[in-house]
Write a protein that binds this ligand. Structure first.
Ligand SMILES: [Cu+2]
Length: 407
């Protein structure tokens, strides 16, 4: 009875350890069997960088680029543990570039397109063997040696037999417990952050301070930790990007969904050009590692005269046809060409209340090769501005529509 109690206690402790040591899969981590996919919006176009996992070091680090439109990128990998560097260039849809990774640990991938540079930090993790695996291997070795030694020496000494039995018992016990013991922390694992991060404070700014229509400007989001005031540099990749930024004109006529570049710790920037003057609303979706998602908002003004910016609107099929506040509505969108995945999803839907106070983001499910379904619930009655986004026919398509929600 005592033995069983002890075993149960051991198993309970072991499973708690396993649970507490699980590394969040969403962190910027490169390890065997898991590719890191990071989408960044350059002025030249939006690119998803795919950094393939490695199972050992030194090894080639393969980086490829996926995008709707062709772009060429210059890559430089910098290790922050041994200061080694390697460089290569990669084109969209071409063979992956092979960079060289020599050590596990923190690295930075510098990605250059034209005069823009994004710095993507990530951890290279390689498997390490757990101490109990070594105990088991050692015990099996001792058992084998004692048995072989005993046979060769034709000895049946009690010491030899009990030694071999004891070592064998240890080996088998560890082997049976192995699935319940915590896996070894891979080499290169950073110290585990304390759980629950304070909210990030976000501050939007533009350069120049008042952009003009039809002219490039930079929209920057500076993130600081709500408690320490230090830059927030621990964003988790969610839906293939560390940050999703939606920019809409107050009247809803202009819509942009971009993935800003990380230009420095806690600094996200994207180059834009907007066609209409007036007030713009910005929404950044971020998620700190081991923390919840957050929506940061801001505004800025654009001056100048209106430029053409055609976005063909659609009339999607709604079920129910007259949506009601507080209950789900399903939106069906049809496209002539087959729909291709974008940001790991068949399609995205962004819905904004007319005053800009409410912003919702829903993901579509494919309903056949060229139709998408979105289901969402809007909290308040009123008119909503909506934009559906997907890739089809080799380009990224944005279709605006409006939706009236009844009480
Ligand atoms: Cu996004």
């Amino acid at each position: 009875m005592k033995v069983i109690n002890g075993a149960i206690r051991l198993l309970a402790v072991a499973s708690l350890l396993v649970l507490s040591l699980t590394v969040p899969a969403k962190a910027h981590v490169v390890q065997a069997g898991a590719d890191l996919r990071v989408t960044q919006t350059f002025r030249a176009g939006e690119v998803t960088l795919v950094i393939a996992g490695v199972s050992q070091v030194p090894a080639p680090l393969r980086v490829s680029a996926q995008a709707v439109q062709p772009t060429r990128l210059e890559l430089e990998l910098r290790s922050l543990t041994d200061a080694s560097r390697s460089a290569a260039s990669v084109g969209v849809g071409q063979d992956p570039a092979a960079l060289r990774v020599t050590h596990a640990g923190l690295h930075e991938l510098h990605v250059r397109a034209g005069d823009e540079v994004s710095v993507i930090p990530f951890q290279v993790l390689v498997p390490a063997s757990a101490p109990w695996t070594m105990v088991m291997d050692g015990a099996f070795l001792v058992t084998g040696l004692l048995l072989v030694g005993g046979i060769l020496a034709k000895s049946r000494s009690r010491l030899l037999v009990s030694g071999a039995s004891a070592a064998g018992a240890v080996a088998v016990t560890v082997m049976l417990l192995l699935p319940y013991l915590p896996p070894a922390q891979p080499e290169g694992t950073p110290p585990q952050p304390e759980s629950g991060r304070p909210y990030a404070q976000g501050r939007f700014s533009t350069m120049p301070a008042r952009p003009a229509t039809g002219t490039d400007f930079t929209l920057t989001l500076r993130l600081t930790d709500g408690s320490t005031g230090r830059p927030v540099d621990d964003l988790a990749v969610h839906h293939e990007a560390p940050a999703h930024l939606v920019v809409t004109s107050q009247d809803g006529a202009v819509f942009r969904h971009v993935h800003p570049l990380r230009t420095a710790p806690g600094v996200l920037a994207v180059r834009l050009s907007l066609p209409r003057p007036g007030r713009y609303l910005t929404y950044a979706e971020i998620e700190r590692q081991q923390s919840g998602g957050q929506l940061l908002t801001g505004t800025f003004e654009v001056s100048g005269t209106a430029q053409p910016d055609a976005q063909e609107s659609i009339t999607p099929r709604l079920t129910p046809a007259a949506p009601v506040a507080g209950s789900p509505v399903t939106i069906e969108v049809r496209e002539e060409a087959p729909i291709q995945p974008w940001l790991g999803m068949p399609g995205h839907l962004v819905v904004r209340s007319r005053d800009g106070a409410h912003l919702a983001h829903a993901h579509g499910t494919a309903a056949g090769p060229s139709a998408l379904h979105f289901t969402l619930t809007l909290p308040e009655p009123g008119r909503y501005l909506a934009w559906v986004q997907y890739a089809a026919g080799g380009r990224l398509i944005t279709r605006p529509f409006t939706m009236d929600v009844e009480r």
